[in-house]
Write a protein that binds this ligand. Structure first.
Ligand SMILES: Nc1ncnc2c1ncn2[C@@H]1O[C@H](COP(=O)(O)OP(=O)(O)OP(=O)(O)O)[C@@H](O)[C@H]1O
Ligand SMILES: [Mg+2]
Length: 506
């Protein structure tokens, strides 16, 4: 790319945490009006590098130039003053305030010395200005709590660009977005590009990278391994460079046979769900697909007792089951891996093995030391299978990369030895290499260990690749059951958007 368009230049960045080196002589150039993908497996060092640019961490050695000037970034404030903005994966909005209040929160002073009412008015008119500038559909007077996650993400973006941004960092911005919301985000990105903002984009979704990025950087174990124009990088090449080897089959192709009925749901109904009925069998994986908010996670919540009781009956192994809390569900042999790392209650100061083992320890404690060491061994096996990347054995989970935290949660639940496994967005934020391992593991659990699995996911390819049967949910109802052999991405999307439903009046 044209050297004169260079905005931000990182050279020879090194970073250690304690004795452990995370980044080794990393270089990165960011250009005006371009989107730069930063790719790498979980724990490769992507977020760490971004936090250095954003002033959250200081570098050990290396240089940063902005517009050809050597700069120092020692705090988030300093990064901001240089026009570097970050959208972290976790949203930082005040739910009770409106869109415009959130965007101008903490910036009252720069708006003027007038009274609060005045500054509120000014915030509103400024917000309208930006909303128009970027052509976004958003009501500035709506409270954030009334927005979808996708809309909240847009508010985060507006907040970041409401200052004079030159460089915008997006660390997994689409992890919680629906396909529709992602489209809207991409429109905003295109508009930001045309205004000359340089964007760094982190995502584990390869199709997004192909669609929105101009240039790609690949890190492996904290080192630059490859970079270039996106046109020169097929998905296969990106994966190979990230992982260091080829991956032939992303999805396992085992021929699973279903056994006895494990779970039966009859006419589950509440304010969201409408007459949900189905059976799950041993050795079977059911995929649930729907747009965000269509009710797919509500089905899992009702099954696991995290949502107040709904009408209808649930049978576990042909026995009427009373599930009014997760405790009831666990006793009946269910486990639920939710998509939400924050609410999963990882004990942040403890290590990953301890976190995985804890919920199972109580169950086995009466059986003594031997059993405990067995559990430890199994935990260790899961750590290997899931490729959980640690700097050291005792590293607290709070310092694990996002994707690795997600793997600890998965391991923790599998260790409880459930018969029915519920999963929501199990690979969100997880890199391709580990994703393949998780798909293999799910297949093994169903095929060899005869578990029944229900997986809700907004990734159509994943649902098709992993499931035996797919239920498409629309407005709280299962409107289609599609066999794996007949499932295509287009069919799933058509049902999920309601188009098919409305057309055929099923
Ligand atoms: N504050 C910290 N203290 C110690 N180690 C840390 C700290 N922050 C990150 N690490 C370690 O640095 C490595 C890189 O983590 P980082 O979060 O940068 O990975 P990542 O590439 O963003 O991964 P992911 O795709 O999972 O988000 C990991 O091994 C992580 O455990
Ligand atoms: Mg990260």
């Amino acid at each position: 790319m044209n050297k004169s368009e260079e905005l931000l230049l990182l050279k020879g960045i090194n970073k250690k945490f304690g004795p452990v080196q995370i980044l080794y002589d990393v270089d990165l150039s960011i250009y005006k009006g371009k989107v730069h993908a930063l790719m790498g497996s979980n724990g490769a060092g992507k977020s760490t590098l971004m936090k250095i640019i954003a002033g959250d961490y200081t570098l050990d050695s290396g240089t940063i130039h902005l517009d050809n000037q050597l700069i120092n970034i020692n705090s988030p404030g300093e990064a901001k003053s240089h026009g570097i903005s970050v959208i972290h994966q976790e949203l930082n909005l005040v739910k009770e305030l409106t869109v415009s209040e959130n965007i101008y929160l903490g910036k009252e002073l720069t708006i003027g010395f007038g009274n609060f009412i005045n500054s509120k008015k000014k915030a509103l008119s400024k917000t309208k200005e930006i909303i128009n500038k970027y052509n976004i559909q958003l009501d500035p007077l709506k409270k954030v709590k009334d927005l979808s996650i996708g809309e909240q993400q847009l508010v985060e973006i507006l907040k970041a660009v409401s200052e004079e941004s030159k460089v915008l960092i997006m660390d997994e911005p689409t992890a919680a977005l629906s396909a529709e919301e992602t489209k809207q985000l991409f429109k905003v990105i295109t508009s930001l590009k045309s205004k000359g903002i340089g964007i760094i984009y982190i995502s584990h979704r390869l199709d997004e990278i192909q669609e929105i990025c101009d240039y790609v950087y690949i890190l492996r174990d904290g080192r630059n391994v490859s970079e270039g124009l996106i046109n020169h990088f097929s998905n296969e090449r990106i994966i190979e460079e990230m992982v260091g080897s080829q991956i032939d089959n992303i999805f396992p192709s085992s021929d699973r046979k279903k056994g006895d009925e494990l779970l039966r749901v009859e006419k589950i109904q509440n304010n969201i769900l409408r007459s949900i009925s189905f059976s799950l069998y041993e050795g079977e994986i059911i995929g649930i697909f729907g747009l965000i908010g269509a009710g797919q996670s509500e089905i899992l919540n009702v099954l696991f007792g995290t949502k107040k009781k709904a009408d209808g009956n649930i049978y576990v192994k042909n026995k009427l089951a009373k599930i009014s809390s997760p405790i009831d569900a666990k006793k009946l042999g269910l486990a639920y891996v939710t998509e939400n790392r924050k609410e999963e209650g990882l004990l942040l100061e403890l290590g990953s093995e301890e976190n995985m083992v804890l919920p199972s320890m109580g169950k086995f404690s009466s059986l003594g030391i031997k059993k405990q060491s067995l559990i430890k061994k199994v935990a260790n096996d899961y750590k290997e299978t899931l490729k959980i990347k640690l700097a050291s054995i005792s590293q607290p989970v709070k310092n694990l990369s996002g994707g690795n935290q997600q793997k600890v949660i998965l391991g923790k639940w599998l260790l409880t030895g459930p018969e029915i496994i519920l999963l929501s967005e199990p690979t969100r934020g997880i890199d391709v290499g580990a994703r393949v391992e998780i798909y293999k593991l799910l297949d093994q659990l169903a095929n060899e260990s005869r578990k029944g699995i229900i997986m809700a996911s907004s990734d159509a390819d994943e649902v098709i690749g992993v499931s035996d049967r797919i239920f498409v949910v629309f407005e709280g109802e299962i409107i289609a059951e599609i066999d794996k052999s007949e499932a295509t991405r287009e069919r799933l999307m058509e049902f999920a958007s309601g188009a098919k439903y409305l057309k055929e009046g099923v």
